[in-house]
Design a protein around this ligand. Structure first.
Ligand SMILES: Cc1cc2nc3c(=O)[nH]c(=O)nc-3n(C[C@H](O)[C@H](O)[C@H](O)COP(=O)(O)O)c2cc1C
Length: 221
């Protein structure tokens, strides 16, 4: 299963590579709808912003980061309350996800425009949760790092909720059923097929066979 990198044939099959300018091509990345709300004046209303620059950064405590330009309306909202919710995007939400990434909450109410529903978050006081999202991570900002183009918000995940229809009969979260969307070089893609599981490359053959059979049967549901 592990490729033999010492084999002489490997050398002949090494593909040629083309250099590019350094750029932000880490791919694929999740694309998410972040919901937020400020506290004062015109910031005191619900908003949604599409972000592709979000990532997990710590396990204990669970933390993630988002990178937001200062020019976005969402930026002062998140700054003011120190709260935001990362809502995962499924195929039903992809139109709204694109729209919320090209229109500003300064000009319209994006929840209304996309016919989406803001519901109170479980633990946050200001930022709402997007009811239609498969899974939402409620976050409180710990630290803000100002980078040349974006501000990097490092945040603790204080609560997680998911849509009830994403539970399998045994009561476990079935995220593979969520039809989540990834972002790849300017395009939205679905995730159509499971290729393996954590540690599959070193799994004992009977374990590998059993687990992959379970996954394939599960995906037929
Ligand atoms: C696919 C996609 C990914 C985006 N990712 C980011 C991002 O990571 N950070 C950011 O600041 N803006 C990002 N944007 C742009 C904002 O979503 C966009 O400027 C939005 O209109 C800002 O809304 P607001 O002014 O209501 O906050 C992205 C847009 C799209 C379409």
């Amino acid at each position: 299963m592990t490729p033999d990198r010492s084999s002489p044939e490997t050398k002949e099959t090494i593909p040629s590579r083309v250099p590019m300018e350094p750029s932000t091509l880490l791919s694929p990345v999740p694309v998410v709808l972040v919901s937020c709300r400020g506290r004062t004046g015109p910031l005191d209303r619900n908003n949604l912003i599409t972000l592709a620059w979000a990532g997990t950064i710590n396990s204990e405590p669970p933390m993630l980061s988002i990178s937001v330009r200062k020019s976005r309306l969402s930026h002062p909202m998140i700054r003011e309350t120190g709260e935001f919710v990362v809502n995962l995007v499924d195929e039903d939400l992809v139109d709204a996800c694109d729209f919320c990434g090209v229109r500003s909450g300064r000009d319209l109410d994006k929840f209304d425009a996309c016919r989406l529903t803001a519901i109170p978050s479980r633990l946050l006081d200001h930022a709402p949760t997007l009811a239609e999202s498969p899974l939402s991570l409620e976050c409180r900002v710990d630290q803000v790092i100002e980078l040349p183009s974006h501000d990097l918000f490092l945040a603790r995940i204080v609560a997680v909720t998911h849509r009830a229809d994403l539970m399998d009969p045994s009561g476990r979260l079935a995220l593979h059923r969520a039809r989540l969307v990834a972002y790849l070089h300017g395009e939205y893609w679905n995730l159509s097929r499971c290729l393996g599981f954590f540690g599959y490359s070193v799994a004992a053959p009977p374990v590998l066979k059993r687990r992959m059979r379970t996954i394939r049967e599960r995906d037929r549901d």
